[in-house]
Ligand binder design. Sequence first.
Ligand code: AGP
Length: 606
Amino acid sequence: MCGIIGYIGKDVANKIILEGLKRLEYRGYDSVGTATIDAKNHLIIKKDVGRIEEVNTKLNLLEPASNIMLGHCRWATHGAPTRENAHPHLDCKNNVAVVHNGVIENFLELKEELIEGGHKFVSRTDTEVVPHLVEEGLNAGLSFYDATVNAIRRIKGSYALAIISTREPDKIICARNESPLVLGVSDSGTFCASDIPAILPYTNKVIVLNNGELAILEANKFVIKRVSDGITLSREAKVIEWSIEQAEKQGYPHFMLKEIHEQPTSLRNALRLQEQYLDLIATFLDRGEKIFLLAAGTSHYACIASSYMFSKLARLATYPIISSEFIENYGESVGIDTVILAVSQSGETYDTLKAVDYARMRAATILGITNVVGSTLTRVSRAYIVQQSGPEIGVAATKSYTAQVLVLAQLALKLAKIRGKLSQDEIDELKASLNRIPEVVENVLETREEKVKAIAKKYAKEKLFLFLGRGISTATALEGRLKLLEISYTPSLAYPAGESKHGPISIIEDGVPVIFICPNDETRKEIIGNIMEMKARGAKIISVCEKGDQKIANLSDDIIEIPKVNPLLSPIPYIIPLQLLAYYIAIEKGLDPDKPRNLAKSVTVP
Ligand code: AGP
């Protein structure tokens, strides 16, 4: 996720853009850049690696003064954080500048076509294809608008784009598909930005662009058009009453809730991985004699979920190990035949990096999945995948977890294909199930939140919770427990339900809430037995189950129903109500879910 902003009007743009970038910095902060058009109609680009203040001190973004400017703060997804990869990106003749937030799925084929057409590229980003596509149209004699709309119609994927050209220096053209983009209108000029906080100090009259729309901004007017057919759309500006702090959370009270609701988008971006990296990592995994999945906390639970997927889909045994225990427990067994897949949102977790270093010294192959390009994990991995979730501000992992599971599911499917373990029909069915996950999560968020809020209110004062699941739902039970534990400080246990009789059932007495994760999979019959044994001892049964599962509904005091999904993908939609439950119980207890006590977002110390 990156932040983009643009302004054109009567005022000097530089300060507006610089201040706006500072309020967008939470969206990405590995590099920063701006584009203006000076009095001689030249494009002036200033960009570098580093945070906004550092880059401004180095390059003085306030000069040369101009009344038209674009700004960008980057969270790298394609191409490491370097000056060349920082935005804005240009065409061959420095007549077009582009800033972008999103993931262009078909950039490789477009880049090849443009290189064949003689275009020169200087970065490894997906974004850089856009200015060259616009240049193609300008070279053909098209207007700036026609050249730009033709370019936008060529790209597939998520984008919030803002584009300027020396060809028509009195316009900004911006466009949106999935990545957020808002327009601002004021007496002094017009604005576009990734979100409202960036422009709120200058105007509270805002229009939210919808997917598939573009806008042509001029100093004292704007026009909105549909990308597909160029039809002009009329749209009234809304007056925003939020404070800046509220606006940074897009109106949500906390980053955690905003990020829970971002999951349909972050999951769509997790489905836009570059195939060659998935192939490369799957190939390395396929060669491993021993495969350890190393991670900590939530990332470890993503690894547990994926171990079921690797086993059931690719017939491959993998071992999810908590990073801090790996050396003691398996260190001596590591050798050249070992493959380590380290999963870390931050890419900086001390325990995971220490275990990775130990394995690397013993000639193991190191692979990584992370959310941060340029993190230590990306530098020590032989190959890595970036999950493309965008910055996660809340300390509790939410969108990064579901994205990790979705990336791992794609890897398991890739491996099943390589190893010939699934028929083409089974592969096609699973691919279709994977692609449906974002909309299933969207449906759960839209239709179940109020129910979960009511359940949170009902049980908020409970002193103890037990989370139980069988099979792959063990991972969901563990992650759901961690969410509740870490942000509401409520003592909670999580176990494979089959373990109940080996100890946990002793804590059950009248009224203890037991949360069962029970999708309609091959473990359902046995987990119904577990529900009944807990119920018989007075437990309150809260079940997260498949929509329409009347038998489980009849046994439960409260149910949260999830639309039917392939059971192997259930850890993604089934965790959503548990994220919301933890959040709303923390709110009921008057706690700040974004800043849980004693915890840091990334544990970079032993
Ligand atoms: C999860 O909500 C916590 N924030 C924590 O357990 C976290 O998952 C763990 O510290 C691992 O972080 P990483 O993914 O950045 O390595």
